[in-house]
Design a protein around this ligand. Sequence first.
Ligand SMILES: N[C@@H](CCC(=O)N[C@@H](CS)C(=O)NCC(=O)O)C(=O)O
Length: 245
Amino acid sequence: MASPELATPPKRPATAAGAGTPQAGARALPRLYSYFRSSAAYRVRIALALKGLAYETIPVHLVKDGGQQHGNAYRSANPQGLVPALQPAEGGPVLAQSLAIMEYLDEIHPAPALLPADALGRARVRALAQMVACEIHPLNNLRVLQYLTQELGVSGTQKDAWYAHWVALGLQAMEETLVRSSDTGRFCHGDTPSLADCCLVPQVFNARRFNCAMEAYPTITRIVAACEALPAFQQAAPGVQPDAQ
Ligand SMILES: N[C@@H](CCC(=O)N[C@@H](CS)C(=O)NCC(=O)O)C(=O)O
């Protein structure tokens, strides 16, 4: 459960997919521990919105107070001290790790599916998602960048070079993977958004925010544009979150 210090009232209704205040007698909403700029939380917000699931946002400010993710209040929900975490509407433990959360949502709310029906397709989509979530993002996460500058004395310029290096390496591999496969469609896999698109769009949002060059990735750029044209992706964007600054 969220502690009072984390559950500060949002500026806007803290729901997704256009849902408003729950009606009397409605089931509890899932609670998403989120930070507007967190790309891992952004992935889950996209998945929730694609499935049309309303939820309550519990903001966890990653910078304020030295990072609320480090405080006991949040650590009691997620000992990893990373966002996102999800308290499912069905009850049970708080779920951690964006990929696990999205797959849970996909199992509990199968339509629209975020994974293909065939095993090969699922392996491909998971591989694309993990190219972002396991290869690019962990190297450029806030705590890694803070360790570089605060503990190892790396300059701001060197930190930016580190960030750009791992983004370029990861996106280049993803671009080539997408170009080579006839499974690539309007989106990463075919013509409906999948787990891979949920991961790709936030990573590209961050890359742009850090001024990484995107010219070398025309397929990724095309797919991201197709995603960003969809209301679900728009509702999940950092700038429209209740805790956006
Ligand atoms: N593998 C995790 C990554 C979660 C993660 O690293 N979240 C970042 C924000 S995008 C975070 O909470 N960072 C806090 C910190 O670095 O102190 C997931 O997919 O959920």
